[in-house]
Design a protein around this ligand. Structure first.
Ligand SMILES: NC(=O)c1ccc[n+]([C@@H]2O[C@H](COP(=O)([O-])OP(=O)(O)OC[C@H]3O[C@@H](n4cnc5c(N)ncnc54)[C@H](O)[C@@H]3O)[C@@H](O)[C@H]2O)c1
Length: 260
């Protein structure tokens, strides 16, 4: 029998890192389906601007300015979600920072801790406070955004790859812990995606994405992803179509990992 681990129209989903890129595309996707979004981001101005464009009357969204590395902020996101008085059926742990030109030896301890804190520890922290809401809604789904770097990686991304590998393992153990409560946990592992994270990296390097080697030559589809394509996968992972998927990963990477 199909379980109840997906949102219906009018249910709520919490999305972190919602102000731009994959997070903003996810908010738009969910709102268009009639799902209410509790949109959290540390960039308050950008978050308001994005929500104004997607949901000008604030009927289907609520903004929460929150830094997902701060426990009190994560707690507040959950409180705002609870205060909506609707069933909270999902959490998308999307917030993260890029980390380039960072090998073990060139990364300061502060930078190491910052990247691990934003890209990995925040998933523990946000989940800790939002899970009780999903449990009391009879179940739902947690979607953790990892990266292809969890499986195959490149030079200069030591803390990023370590964090994203951690997200994969954390997803598996969370799925086992939460299955009795009808809560599914899935990790998504995009390849290079056309978002400000990647565009700002190119700007900092003074190069175009093509000059930086995107798309990589082993990308079978031959282009990088658009954020909406990753948002579609996130929406699927949350949805009724995915009620038998838990503890596993989905890899929208354009075929990069298919090649050795
Ligand atoms: N863009 C890519 O090529 C790519 C590839 C694989 C995986 N990903 C992953 O996809 C997710 C989204 O990436 P994106 O490319 O859209 O990034 P982005 O930088 O464009 O957007 C990230 C959002 O997270 C927010 N954020 C950052 N730190 C935060 C914090 N401490 N608290 C709250 N919000 C915070 C930012 O303000 C921003 O709005 C990330 O987990 C990223 O690692 C991206």
């Amino acid at each position: 029998m199909r379980n109840n681990s997906f949102p219906l129209k009018g249910d709520g989903v919490v999305v972190s890192g919602a102000a731009r890129g994959i997070g903003a595309a996810t908010v738009k996707n969910l709102v268009e389906q009639g799902i209410f979004v509790i949109a959290a981001d540390s960039n308050s101005a950008l978050l308001s601007e994005m929500l104004q464009a997607i949901d000008p009357k604030s009927e289907m969204t609520v903004a929460v300015t929150a830094d997902v590395t701060i426990e009190a902020d994560c707690q507040r996101v959950a409180e705002v979600a609870k205060a909506q008085g609707i069933r909270i059926k999902g959490l998308v742990n999307n917030a993260a920072v890029g980390a380039f030109n960072m090998s073990v030896e060139t990364t300061s301890f502060d930078d190491w801790q910052r990247v691990i804190s934003i890209n990995l520890t925040s998933i523990y922290m946000m989940s800790k406070y939002v899970l009780p809401l999903i449990r009391s809604a009879g179940g739902g789904a947690v979607v953790n955004i990892s990266s292809i770097h969890a499986f195959a990686t490149s030079t200069g991304v030591a803390p990023y790859a370590a964090a994203k590998g951690g997200v994969l393992a954390l997803t598996r153990t969370m799925a086992l812990d939460l299955a009795p409560d009808n809560i599914r946990v899935i990790s998504i592992h995009p390849g290079a995606t056309n978002t400000p994270m990647l565009q700002q990296h190119a700007q900092r390097e003074g190069k175009t994405l093509a000059e930086l080697g995107f798309p990589t030559s082993d990308n079978a589809i031959g282009r990088i992803a658009e954020p909406e394509e990753v948002a579609d996968v996130i929406a699927f992972a949350l949805s009724r179509g995915a009620t038998f998927i838990t503890g596993s990963s989905i890899t929208p990477d354009g075929g990069i990992l298919a090649k050795f």
